[in-house]
Design a protein around this ligand. Structure first.
Ligand code: 5GP
Length: 193
């Protein structure tokens, strides 16, 4: 059944370590109409990541070339010297088939998507229960250096000021995955399926 204006994009925005990929996986398992939109980045690949699955890993030169060629819907220098962006080709490949694109992007990127897509996009700000909890999760994940963790926390503190501009705020509390699962599925059912 079609809901309101048919929405094509769900954006999960918020700091890294907050559990956006867990929520994305819940959506992917809930309905095969949800497809993950793979972003491009210039950051180094982490252990266990795969090119074209987690990200398209581009050199800075390649990223700049594509940016100049207008291949991105939006892009941000999320951290100093590290670029991230959403490719037009990736999104049209999903929505042209009537499927729903899941974006895992930063807060500014989410607001840009809302500006471009309006009611066709639903943007969700994913928050930890506290800044301490986020710091602990990033430490336990052990994929980022202490400097990277500090950079991510500092950024999150700034992003919090923009939460009012989101369609919805979802608190993903440590150890309460069932409640987060219920909330994201409720969003999917109400606005997309
Ligand atoms: P990470 O390096 O931890 O994978 O991601 C760092 C941040 O970049 C996360 O907040 C992630 O959501 C964001 N990000 C990933 N892809 C994109 C994108 O295509 N555009 C924007 N604006 N941010 C992105």
């Amino acid at each position: 059944m079609n809901k309101e204006v048919s929405k094509k994009i769900i954006v999960l925005a918020g700091p890294s370590g907050v559990g956006k990929s867990t929520l994305a996986n819940i959506l992917l398992n809930h309905s095969d109409r949800f497809k993950f939109s793979v972003s491009a980045t210039t950051r180094p690949m982490r252990l266990g990541e795969q090119n074209a699955k987690d990200y398209y890993f581009f050199s800075e030169e390649e990223f700049t070339k594509r940016k100049d060629n207008n291949e991105f819907i939006e892009w941000e220098e999320v951290y100093k010297g590290r670029y991230y962006g959403t490719l037009h080709s990736e999104v049209s490949q999903i929505i042209d088939l009537g499927n729903i694109a899941i974006f895992d992007i930063d807060v500014l990127g989410a607001l840009n998507i809302k500006k471009k897509y309006g009611d066709q996009a639903y943007i969700v700000f994913i928050k930890p229960e506290s800044i301490d909890a986020l710091q602990n999760r990033l430490r336990n994940r052990a994929t980022d250096s202490a400097e990277d963790i500090n950079m991510r926390i500092a950024r999150f503190e700034k992003e919090l000021a923009l939460e009012d501009q989101f369609d919805e705020i979802l608190i993903n509390a440590t150890g309460d995955i069932q409640s987060s699962k219920d909330k994201i599925i409720a969003i999917a059912e109400k606005h997309f399926l």
